[in-house]
Design a protein around this ligand. Structure first.
Ligand code: GAP
Length: 501
């Protein structure tokens, strides 16, 4: 589906809509409706099970979204978290430099200095994407952070967090004590982050407020043992930076063992890259041939990273590969900077008496982008119907419950709905329109099962209910009893969990 069609469908179904829609919306801000909020929650639940569930020493915390200025100064965000902005002197519109240069340099401007971007704008006859003028300014760094007055006097400054990662670094010393004083130690945060993007666009792809799920793994740089045998033979779709430089765009399938054998990627990094790849393929269900692990070169990667592979998925709605998450090896950058900034030594003592400053491996995941990608890859027109083939454990609603004839069967259907809700299953009761219309609504919402309560159910009385269960994907219907129904729905709802480290 094209982006406009997909967005229209998601809006119509109440998955999401622009914030302050009745005022014309606010650029880069979106609200989730009932289906979107439930899907987001289920996505976060699946992410937590897969990543935080990797070790008994990994924890999820829920910190504040506002950071004192000292934090973003130490982290380097105050100085470096900028995008190059180009302003059109004619129509006064601001653009991100990569937007202005889209036609002459489609690969973007990551790693280019402002002077190099300026030279490209000047020498390649670039014009304003809005009014066509050539009067474009010299690029200047534009801070992506939202600063706010903090406290009553207005003399203190705070910032809405630009990434959840910072909270995990701030919590490290406390978590060292709260946990078992063991490395590796994982501290995960799921929550809203805020970036004053110069040009928000592509709905959930460049937002000004969005949700990240990030796991920071603190480890001893002298060794990060991982059960590499579990991934050794996994073939990964990698696009190495060196191959890209010679013009390659498609990934090569390389085994995890061969990636390590190449010599420049440590085992712990490739293990987590493979674990992350499996999440996208096996848990979220993106087709393997639409995923690529895109290595950023030294010039392109974020200022704090030593190794960076972005996880990209090819999206029909946005006509290309899009970054949905990444695996970042951040070294000792973060604890080093916060150690200096706070004046507190963040190194720890290992069982053999060594004092070490832990390094950080970051597994980052954009919740909103993945929500969109799940719609792009799993929602399709199939003949007469539109069906969202979400894995059952991600579907916002697990089962639709319908009375065949509302007047005659509502009481029994409501009872079935209540019983399923009490069993912890997500239920939507629907008695409006024909059964066909109700199935169609559920198919579009991604509901994997529908239950119809009919005269037979009513005749059986409250203790011997059987109902008709319809499967979304096969459309097959079967008569099932009460206990079998709960078992079937519960097992479909069960999360995919990894073996512990
Ligand atoms: N802590 C590392 C970090 O923040 P990032 O690449 O800036 O790295 C991580 O962001 C993820 O957050 C991205 O892979 C993407 O999925 C999501 N993301 C980043 N900017 C976004 C935006 N403006 N709108 C929606 N999602 C965004």
């Amino acid at each position: 589906m094209k982006s406009d069609e997909l967005y229209a469908l998601l809006r119509r179904r109440g998955v999401l809509w622009p914030t302050a829609e009745i005022y014309g919306g606010a650029q880069g801000l979106y609200d989730y409706g009932p289906l979107g909020a439930a899907l987001k929650q289920r996505l976060e639940r699946a992410w937590t099970a897969w990543f935080v569930g990797l070790s008994h020493d990994f924890y999820l915390i829920d910190p504040a979204e506002l950071l004192p200025e000292a934090v973003v100064r130490a982290s380097g965000h105050l100085e470096n978290f900028t995008d190059p902005e180009v302003v059109c002197d004619q129509c006064r519109t601001s653009f991100r430099a990569d937007t202005v240069l889209e036609k002459v340099r489609p690969e973007g401007v990551d790693g280019l200095a402002p002077a190099e971007i300026g030279a490209l704008v000047r020498d390649r006859g670039v014009t304003c994407p809005r009014c066509g003028s050539t009067a474009l300014s010299v690029p200047r760094p534009f801070s992506l952070m939202f600063g706010v007055d903090f406290g009553v006097a207005g003399t203190e400054r705070a910032y809405l967090r630009p990434e959840t990662a910072q909270n995990s670094y701030l919590a490290f010393a406390r978590m060292w004590d709260v946990g078992r004083r063991a490395l590796p130690l994982g501290v995960a945060v799921i929550g809203w982050v805020y970036r004053n993007e110069i040009a928000p666009r592509q709905v959930l792809f460049r937002m000004r407020a969005f949700t990240q799920a990030e796991l920071q793994i603190f480890f001893d740089p002298a060794g990060f043992p991982v059960p590499f045998d579990r991934v050794r033979d996994e073939r990964l779709p990698v696009l190495r930076a060196a191959r890209r430089e010679s013009g390659a765009e498609s990934p090569e399938w390389v085994s995890a063992a061969d990636l390590v054998a190449a010599g420049d990627l440590p085992e712990f990094y490739v293990f987590h890259l493979a674990h992350t790849y499996r999440f996208y393929r096996d848990v979220l269900g993106y087709p393997a041939d639409r995923i690529r692990l895109f290595e950023k070169s030294e010039r392109e990667r974020a200022f704090y990273n030593r190794i960076q592979f972005d996880v990209e998925v090819h999206l029909e709605s946005l006509s290309g590969f899009k970054e949905l998450g990444a695996v970042h090896y951040r070294g000792d950058y973060d604890l080093g900077r916060h150690g200096e900034g706070s004046g507190k030594d963040l190194s720890v003592t290992r069982p053999d008496g060594r004092k070490v400053l832990p390094h950080v491996l970051e597994l980052t995941f954009g919740v909103d982008r993945n929500l969109w990608a799940l719609a792009d890859t799993h929602l399709a027109n199939e003949g007469e119907r539109t069906v969202w083939k979400l894995p059952a454990y991600l579907a916002p609603v697990t089962v639709g419950v319908f009375p065949l004839i509302p007047k005659a069967h509502a009481e029994a259907a409501l009872r079935v709905a209540d019983e399923l809700t009490a069993a912890g299953i997500s239920v939507r009761y629907d008695d409006a329109g024909t059964i066909g219309k109700r199935y169609a609504r559920m198919d579009e919402a991604g509901t994997p099962f529908c239950v119809t309560v009919d005269g037979e159910t009513v005749a059986e009385g409250p203790n011997h209910d059987t109902v008709t269960l319809r499967d979304r994907d096969s459309r097959q219907q079967s008569r099932v009893g009460r206990a079998a129904l709960v078992d079937r729905l519960r097992s479909a709802d069960a999360l995919v969990r990894p073996a512990r480290l």
